[in-house]
Design a protein around this ligand. Structure first.
Ligand code: NAD
Length: 456
């Protein structure tokens, strides 16, 4: 298909052939699942080449995540897609009311490089489950994974159902000039604005899964040992290149040293003292991001790590102590293995400082005090998060995943993915036998009094 008018071509085929039936969608998703299961070694290889990702992380955060999402969708799709009868008010007697889920039509999915398999296929599953034609644009910065996704999908879906576009800026711009019925974008806030501007041209609805600085707040009552363990796990997973990674940690001043010591202990336990030789630790995606991250380290107090190797795009898990709000590292999302620790003496001060930033994608709170947990969670607006853990909230398909404000618009995962890619069409089905005269002119006081009885 020609890239310049791919959206129109897909729309034409949708009008002539219609969308896939629920049964066909399930068969396609089942085939995709089988194909992924039998291609695990190729997927491992691609992610090793793109990000130096370990087989364990590739399974837990990419392959396993997608298999589970497909299984969950297969289990529930029939119900999600069924016509739902809803109540009808007495004033509309004797009709009945129904909601039909229909696919938007032709959707464009644009994804980033950091979880290049999962972040491409997770929305894709929702788009297919809802019956859409899909144009999928993986990130050019994870080229091995992009190529493999193209091969996997082409072996299951026909050219008239899905098109995977491998390419960079030029190809994405060509796509964005066209009228899609929905655009689902995952990436930076800056590019999110470009996507929304392009979508506005056709009033195309969007989901924007963006980023930002996700704070991690340790409250006085927290279990410091457990906090240290779960924070370094969530932060240094995929070498910190995770949209929901804790961006920075806030800890009561008198607990900073203990926290750092426990973080050091767990980092040695997880990745050994010589992290560069540890197969479980990922690499920075490219030199551009390596240089950006190295620059952030200047003039900061390194408490743990700080080892750099540009040839291998390696940055060791690095914890920074006594970081100030005015330091450069506190300006933008870090998106790498650098973890600034800031201290506070009064909780209110810490909350006030967090609120100075745009609403984050994630927020993490470590606290053993139930009243404080509830009060803090209700004071900070954020996309989603955890109490006494990091990152794992996105693994529950019953929790919609997405940002708010500059960290995103809309959400997905589980049923929310089906909802995202569906238009809910409302239908009132009136009786042709009974026709109450109340609403028709000529109006009179008697009719009005009846209406007033119903509409109060
Ligand atoms: P990015 O915004 O640079 O790129 C994302 C996608 O947009 C890529 O496919 C790229 O080809 C395309 N793109 C880049 N520049 C473009 C332009 N000018 N016009 C049109 N398309 C363009 O993001 P990235 O570097 O790939 O990923 C990192 C960012 O993504 C971080 O901010 C991170 O927080 C965010 N992210 C968010 C989530 C989430 O679920 N909310 C998940 C992963 C990453």
């Amino acid at each position: 298909m020609i890239l310049e008018n791919i959206a129109d071509e897909f729309r034409k085929s949708l009008q002539t052939q219609g969308c896939l039936s629920i049964k066909q969608r399930k068969q396609k998703l089942e085939s995709l699942k089988i194909k992924i299961q039998s291609s695990q070694s190729e997927i491992n290889k691609a992610l090793k080449l793109d990000l130096g990702k370990s087989e364990f992380e590739t399974y837990t955060t990419e392959i396993g995540f997608i298999l589970e999402e497909i299984s969950y969708t297969l289990k529930h799709l029939e119900y999600w897609a069924s016509v739902k009868k809803v109540k009808t008010p007495i004033a509309l007697f004797p009709g009945k009311s129904f909601i039909h889920a229909e696919p938007y039509g032709v959707v464009l999915i644009i994804s980033p490089w950091n979880y290049p398999f999962q972040l491409c296929l997770s929305p894709f599953i929702g788009a297919i489950a809802s019956g859409n034609k899909v144009v999928l644009k993986p990130s050019e910065f994870a080229p091995h994974t992009a190529k493999l996704i193209n091969e996997l999908i082409s072996s299951v879906f026909s050219d008239s159902e899905v098109c995977v576009v491998e390419g960079g800026l030029a190809e994405t711009q060509t796509l964005l000039k066209q009228k899609f019925d929905y655009i689902f974008f995952t990436g930076s806030t800056a590019v999110g604005k470009i996507i929304m501007k392009s979508a506005a041209e056709y009033l195309t609805p969007v989901t924007l899964e963006l980023g930002g600085k996700s704070p991690c707040l340790i409250e006085e009552s927290a279990n410091i040992d457990l906090a240290a363990k779960r924070i370094v796990w969530g932060k240094f997973l995929n070498a910190g290149q995770t949209c929901v990674a804790p961006d920075f940690v806030l800890v009561p001043e008198h607990l900073q040293e203990e926290l750092i010591q426990r973080m050091k202990y767990y980092l040695n336990l997880f990745y050994t003292e010589d992290t560069k030789d540890c197969a479980d630790y990922s690499r920075i995606i490219n030199h551009r991001h390596f240089d950006r991250l190295s620059d952030l380290l200047n003039e900061l107090h390194v408490a743990i790590g700080g080892d750099l190797n540009r040839d291998e795009n390696f940055i060791s898990p690095t914890v920074l102590r006594d970081v100030q709000w005015s330091d450069k590292i506190m300006e933008d999302e870090i998106f790498g293995p650098l973890l600034p620790i800031l201290t506070y003496t009064k909780l209110e001060e810490a909350l006030k400082n967090i609120l100075k930033y745009p609403k984050p994608l994630a927020f993490y709170l470590f606290s053993e005090n139930t009243a404080k947990q509830q009060s803090i969670i209700s004071q900070i607006p954020f996309g989603g998060g955890c109490i006494n853990d990091t990152v794992v909230h996105l693994a529950n398909p019953n929790l919609p995943f997405g940002g708010v404000g500059t960290s995103g618009i809309g959400s997905y995962h589980g049923q929310k993915s089906f909802d995202t890619f569906s238009h809910y069409k409302s239908i009132y089905h009136q009786s042709s036998v009974v026709d109450l005269p109340l609403r028709y002119p000529p109006y009179n006081e008697k009719k009005l009094n009846w209406i007033k009885l119903f509409l109060r």
